[in-house]
Design a protein around this ligand. Structure first.
Ligand code: NAD
Length: 233
């Protein structure tokens, strides 16, 4: 069966995506040839984006975070828009994303489970006051609240637990889906990758530029760019 036929027959598609969904919007992923791992930093991205590093080297964390993770000028691409259209048309039940860029919502998606949080929410660790991504972007050095407290992005850093309600919602949506489309992810970040085991539906499809550990289990593997592939449907 082709992807077009699978989509036509489905009415509870669950889309599970990663950083590769946003590379066509100009945001680098981690593990592609032009990904963040290939760029030269004093530490690997997963070290900088860890909880320990955040508290020990807050200034350095924010330098990397502002340069590489905020990406506030990025716009949704064809993949984000197609998924929003499918949701509107009653074909797609939800998006589960490992991304923190908020591009699914900007494209119009409503049911989005952000497993790793979002750059668009930031909170003072002392008083809880909320700050926007723009507030973080325009400042310099370590962002401080008006109360003097340290402001932290609502992003799940390596070493931190995932939000329980988000995980429960994502797992339930995966378990109820009739079709699961996995795209733009190396499936090496846990526990997120393990949530796919809850899928009990009919069609498992993978769209990714490079091979993944899931390839052998899929009904259909499409090797290419997710935005290009979805825009052809
Ligand atoms: P990853 O970098 O480990 O893997 C990305 C995968 O996507 C690779 O296998 C690559 O071949 C594929 N890919 C890249 N561009 C593609 C495209 N246009 N079409 C199809 N496939 C494409 O990413 P991951 O598995 O998501 O894990 C990295 C972690 O870092 C995640 O938690 C992720 O959310 C986070 N991260 C997020 C962003 C973001 O929010 N945009 C950016 C970088 C990293």
């Amino acid at each position: 069966m082709t992807l077009a036929q699978i989509v036509q027959q489905s009415d509870r598609i669950l889309f599970f995506g990663g950083a590769g969904v946003s590379t066509e919007s100009g945001i680098p992923d981690f593990r592609s040839q032009d990904g963040l791992y290939q760029m030269k930093y004093a530490y690997p991205p997963e070290t900088i984006l860890s909880s320990d590093f955040f508290y020990a080297h807050t200034q350095e964390f924010y330098k990397f975070y502002r340069e590489k993770m905020l990406a506030l000028t990025a716009k949704p691409n064809a993949a984000h828009y197609k998924l929003a259209q499918w949701e509107e048309a009653g074909k797609l039940s939800a998006v589960v994303t490992q991304n923190i860029d908020g591009l699914h919502q900007r494209a119009g998606s409503k049911r989005v489970y952000e497993l790793h949080g979002s750059v668009h929410r930031n909170y003072c660790l002392s008083c809880g006051r909320a700050y926007s991504a723009e507030d973080i972007a325009k400042g310099e050095g370590v962002p401080r609240c008006s109360c003097g407290g340290l402001v932290k992005p609502d992003v799940v850093l390596y070493g931190e637990p995932l939000s329980e309600p988000v995980v429960c919602g994502a797992i339930e949506a995966i378990a109820r889906a009739d079709t699961l489309i996995v795209a733009g992810t190396s499936l090496t970040v846990y526990p997120a990758a393990a949530f796919l085991d809850y899928f009990r539906g009919k069609h498992l499809v993978l769209i990714n530029r490079d091979p993944t550990p899931l390839d052998g289990k899929c009904e259909l593997v499409l090797r290419g760019k997710v935005g290009e592939i979805l825009s052809e449907l």
